[in-house]
Design a protein around this ligand. Structure first.
Ligand code: ADP
Length: 191
């Protein structure tokens, strides 16, 4: 199996690159943001729980997110592997993910961070907001909240994963296909 975690700030291009990797290696793409948005649209129980948080740019509580992730994994096994986009985002989520991976006899092949600086991200997100219609992309304040959440809760994962030697980072600045080929080179060199 090839199991990849794509890591990076909001707007760093995780979704775009996850789609590329999914096609390239025939993987299942799990985007926690997309799963939340779909559930909110359909007003499922999960959607109702997540709604307030996602709309404000805050992280959804771990218990809700972790059980959703396990569900998504379970539903898609067996498969060639997964590309996780937007999970884990807290240390606790990473611990819980380890337990889930163990339970299903899976291992992470690589955790890859897409590096983009905050000014560029804000521009990208505001532009995306014009087309995506996502309310969390349309306000500077919500974007700031998301970057703040990232710094406080998600950034500590860099240390966490650096310790297991499977953490890599790639510049997320440039043309989409340039970034894809950086990722491809990296994955081919580590798998
Ligand atoms: P972005 O990476 O641009 O912020 P996402 O689509 O990945 O967008 O996520 C949108 C929202 O969904 C987040 O702001 C958050 O509220 C929620 N979310 C996504 N993934 C997680 C997660 N792992 N833990 C908690 N909340 C999450």
């Amino acid at each position: 199996m090839l199991n990849l975690v794509l890591f990076g700030k909001p707007g760093s291009g995780k979704g775009t690159q996850a789609n590329f990797l999914k096609d390239k290696y025939d993987l299942i793409h799990i985007s926690t943001g997309d799963v939340f948005r779909k559930n909110i649209k359909n007003q499922t129980e999960l959607g109702v729980k997540a709604q307030g948080y996602t709309q404000n740019g805050e992280l959804v509580p771990d218990d809700v997110t972790v059980s959703m992730l396990e569900n998504e994994i379970k539903q898609n096994l067996p498969c060639n592997g997964f590309v996780f986009d937007g999970f884990p985002r807290t240390l606790n989520q990473a611990d819980e993910m380890n337990k889930i991976l163990l339970k299903y006899k899976m291992e992470l092949s690589a955790i890859v961070a897409l590096e983009v600086d905050d000014d560029l991200l804000t521009d990208r997100l505001l532009k995306r907001g014009l087309i995506s219609g996502r309310s969390d992309d349309q306000s500077r304040e919500k974007i700031l909240t998301r970057l703040y959440e990232y710094r406080n809760k998600t950034e500590p994962l860099i240390d966490y994963y650096s310790k297991i030697n499977r953490f890599y980072s790639v510049s997320g600045v440039g043309e989409i296909n340039e970034i894809s080929s950086r990722l491809l080179d990296l994955i081919e060199s580590v798998r």
